[in-house]
Write a protein that binds this ligand. Sequence first.
Ligand SMILES: [Zn+2]
Length: 111
Amino acid sequence: MAEYPKCDFCSAPFPAWVHPSADFIMAEGWASADGAWAACDTCHELIEAEDRRALAERAFRTVPGGVPRAARNEVRTKIQRMHQGFWKGRNGVPYRQTYVQDAQHRQEGQR
Ligand SMILES: [Zn+2]
């Protein structure tokens, strides 16, 4: 598992936004929601536009390691359920977060 912060929707590194949301029980085996969701610029825009469909599709397409054909429906359902928790739980104004610069440099050095 990567050690750097990731977008909670599409796994992009160093997401620039935080979207406050209430805690909720996540589907088993999936990352926990601890009250706020990190979002990259692209996902942030989809959230602001309330484009739930596009956001779910983006999350589906960026599942780490890809999704086996046989599991597609199951994974889509899980993502939708996860996002439902997010949409229902939203309880604050999104804000930008910044990272210590050298953390980013260290990450780039590993590529
Ligand atoms: Zn994202």
